[in-house]
Structures are given as structure tokens and as C-alpha cells.
Design a protein around this ligand. Structure first.
Ligand code: PEP
Length: 257
């Protein structure tokens, strides 16, 4: 079966000692399961110390963002290239990057390509705003974000690409997307990927859902056809909640065996 990916986006929270304490608690609760991949996205500052603390049989590390140039005069940036030995994944095009920092689809595309060039898997986030949904533009937004974000990517590269459907209105709001809305978005993503890369490459691409995921809702999301994991923000900062979400993934994986 396709490995379920449970990603924890800690955003700009937790200093080095708080992050270390959270890992310690998670390490006690999270069990090893070969069909589940748990990836933590701590603040950049804490990646290095956490890489020495984590039990690699239980966790992998990723970065919440990174710059596409490999090196040079780019004050304040950390490149994808610099993360090569530390991170397995980089989140690219998170809605907070797009909307708070004005990141464009063109920059996002360069970041995706930098990930592929440096053997790191990009998790490309796509999703519509509330207004875009109300205006009936959801499918078009997803199409455009995929088309531009994945331009320059080949069918072979798609083995390493993960797509996260994250409706902007559901992120950090407690306003969950319904199963039907997610099913529809998954179909749109698969249709577009298939048109761009062919059905074989599309089958291998894991699609995650993200947006106010809670332990109670997690199982229902993981049972949606075509969803292969979750991108969790707020709930990933609470070790009870996050380990309960990982437990939901265990149950789903066991049933699918
Ligand atoms: C996220 O950060 O991608 C996210 C989905 O956050 P939250 O779970 O808090 O909505």
C-alpha cells in the first residue's frame, strides 16, 4: 500500500528547548509502523538540534519553506540545497507564504524545481480562498496552481512530489472542509496531474488534506478515496492530539492491509 504521510507543520512556534520537549513527548507516544511516515516541520532554527534527537525509525524532518537559489547573496534565506542532509521534505507554496509573504506561483515553481534538483520531496500546497470558492473558481485555482507550480517537472520527477489540498478558508480557522469538498478537489487534482504527466505518474503521487485537522476528524479524512495523508498545523503542537491523529492513521493502515 501507499505509505500514509502525516505531516506536522509547527509554523513559527516553539524555541529550541520547547521543540526538544515536544519531540521527547511524541517519541514516547508514537509507535513505529512501516506503512506510516510521520514528518515534522519545525522552525528552521530547530531542525539541526532535532535531527540529533529524533528516533529516525519514527520520524523524518522537513522544512516549512526554503529558497530556490543554491547559494549566494540572498540575505536571510536558507536554501533547499543547504537542507540536503537534514530534510526529506520541504513545504512549498503554503497559503501563509502565498498570502502573508506574497509568494507567486512562479517562485513556487522555482522552489519545486530546487527540491527536485536537490533530492528533497516538495509538498506543493494548493487551495482556494473563501471568495474563490463562493465565486465558483475552486477548480480553476487548483488547475492554475498545479500548472504553474509544476512547470518544469517531468513525469519521472513526480515520483517524489506530494500535493497537499489546503483550502485557505480551512487553515487555522476550525472550519473543516467536508468530505464531498475534499473528494471533489482530489478528483480535480488527479485529472490535472493526469493531463500533465499521464495516469501512471499520477497514481504514484500522494495527496494530503490540510485544514484544521483534529483527532476526531482525522480518520474520516484518511478514509477518503485518493487521500494519502494529512498536513496538520495547530493540532501538531499538542502531543496528545498529534499522537491521536497518528493513531488514526495506524487504524486506517491496518484496515487497508
Ligand atoms: C497548515 O498549517 O497547513 C494547517 C493546515 O494548519 P491548521 O491545521 O492549523 O489549519
Amino acid at each position: 500500500m501507499t505509505r500514509i504521510l502525516i505531516a506536522a507543520n509547527w509554523k513559527m512556534n516553539l524555541n529550541t528547548s520547547q521543540a526538544s520537549l515536544l519531540i521527547h513527548r511524541l517519541q514516547e507516544r508514537v509507535k513505529i509502523h512501516r506503512d506510516i511516515e510521520v514528518v515534522l516541520f519545525p522552525p528552521m532554527l530547530t531542525l539541526q538540534p532535532l535531527s540529533m534527537q529524533i528516533d529516525r525509525r519514527k520520524f523524518r524532518l522537513g522544512a516549512q519553506d526554503a529558497y530556490y537559489q543554491d547559494e549566494g547573496a540572498y540575505t536571510g534565506q536558507v536554501s533547499v540545497h543547504m537542507l540536503r542532509d537534514l530534510a526529506h521534505y520541504v513545504i512549498v507554496g503554503h497559503s501563509e507564504r502565498r498570502h502573508v509573504f506574497g509568494e507567486t506561483d512562479d517562485e513556487i515553481s522555482k522552489k519545486v524545481q530546487a527540491c527536485i534538483r536537490n533530492d528533497i520531496s516538495p509538498i506543493l500546497c494548493v487551495g482556494e480562498t473563501k471568495q474563490e470558492r463562493l465565486d465558483g473558481e475552486t477548480n480553476q485555482v487548483i488547475h492554475d496552481q498545479l500548472m504553474v507550480g509544476l512547470s518544469g517537472v517531468t513525469s519521472n520527477d513526480m515520483d517524489d512530489v506530494v500535493i497537499a489540498y489546503e483550502p485557505v478558508w480551512a487553515i487555522g480557522t476550525g472550519d473543516n472542509a467536508t468530505v464531498t469538498q475534499i473528494e471533489d478537489a482530489v478528483k480535480v487534482i488527479q485529472k490535472n496531474l493526469s493531463a500533465m504527466f499521464g495516469p501512471r505518474a499520477t497514481k504514484k503521487v500522494r495527496i494530503l488534506y490540510g485544514g484544521s485537522v483534529t483527532p476526531d476528524a482525522s480518520r474520516g479524512y484518511l478514509e477518503i478515496d485518493g487521500i494519502n495523508g494529512l498536513l496538520v498545523g495547530g493540532a501538531s503542537l499538542n502531543y496528545h492530539q498529534f499522537s491521536d491523529i497518528v493513531d488514526s492513521a495506524y487504524r486506517v493502515a491496518r484496515e487497508n492491509q
